[in-house]
Ligand binder design. Sequence first.
Ligand SMILES: Nc1ncnc2c1ncn2[C@@H]1O[C@H](COP(=O)(O)OP(=O)(O)OP(=O)(O)O)[C@@H](O)[C@H]1O
Length: 425
Amino acid sequence: MAIKLAVDNLSYKYDQLKILDKVNFAIKEGEFIGLIGPNGSGKSTLLKNVNSILKPDDGKVYLDNFDLQELRKKKLAKKLAVVPQNTNVSFDFTVKEVVLMGRAPYIGRFKGETEEDYMIAKEAMKLTNTLQLADRPINQLSGGERQRVIIARSLAQEPEVLLLDEPTSNLDINYQLEIMNLLKELNRKQELTILIVIHDLNLASEYCDKLLLLNEGNIYKFGTPEEVITTENIEKVYGSKVIVKKHYPSNKPYVTILENNYIPTEKLDHKVHVICGGGTGRELIGDLVEQGYQVSCGVVNEHDSDWEVAKSFDVEIIDEEPFAAISQDSYQANLDRIKKVNTVVLTEIPFGSGNLLNLKAALWAVENDKKVIIINQQKLSNRDYTGGKGKSLFKEILKRGGIEVNDSYGVLDKINQYKDIEGEE
Ligand SMILES: Nc1ncnc2c1ncn2[C@@H]1O[C@H](COP(=O)(O)OP(=O)(O)OP(=O)(O)O)[C@@H](O)[C@H]1O
């Protein structure tokens, strides 16, 4: 795909205050890019530079390899449309009139709108579900309705690139999804290239091909949602504790923000050890910590995503070097930890020769009268790469009293029951 929009070494200052500092990125034709970042990180300023409302102090923006500053306004408006953050319209135009304004770059001097202009405006209203509002004065509409009308106006421009500055901020959840679905459809069917400022990280992750994460006027990361929305990136840039899981069924990253005050300072007496790895324990570790349990986990490889989450919660970790098989020492350390806890949880880890000792640790736990809860929704046969050794250990754990549950909610239910029984004893 050809490069549609390129930002080359762009810097921008408001008075003497540097807001954007040597920003570089390129968007290919037909890409759907989300511009994310904390308040004040420079997203709107970047969009205004791309849209030529602001003139860069340094660097250039290229649209189809043409310097944007050199393009005549009408020509630019046929290629690039903007949905601004503020959708107030100063005069009391009707919706139909506002949408027709999108046709301005196509209407010759001293000429009126043609039949074709009306047809295109009507189509834009149909797409944005605003046709029924056509004769209403725009200033009497709700914020969400007005926002959809402004999107209709920009579609009437028949642009190749659409820039949107938080178009979903005033919308209720249904309209947010409706707008994002509409944008996705325009992007896929008409190959509209989209750059959208969006605060909701989960919407951004779900809908955008790539995300551009801004931090203090610099690009912190530009890549696929999987590359950008990681616990580490989000915590660094936004400064809040988060859990990043995969969202079902899209498998895109999904962020849950954990306020610090969600983590109880007083811990419960009940200790839980999570045998996990490869991201299978992330969600559960977060939930257990939030509920106040004393949590440990292992054996996990350093920098594995479970390890990252455990680290961010100061959970005790029995760890192994990155990508290394579990050593006897780590296995023993895992058993030593298990001796001290009330409950052991085995998550849905795929098993290979490198981590079979984690299954053995779960078996050891149940043989030593620990309560062992096993998350087992995905068939073991789909995640056993040990030629049957894993399966027989697994059967043994069940035979000796391991309790199966479907997911982390099931685990929390069981542990809450155990904790209450202990409290009564
Ligand atoms: N017209 C202006 N004059 C002076 N400073 C400005 C102006 N507009 C924005 N700024 C400052 O520039 C910085 C970046 O603002 P910008 O609006 O680009 O951030 P943003 O990432 O879009 O923020 P938000 O998420 O809050 O919309 C902020 O510190 C802001 O106060």
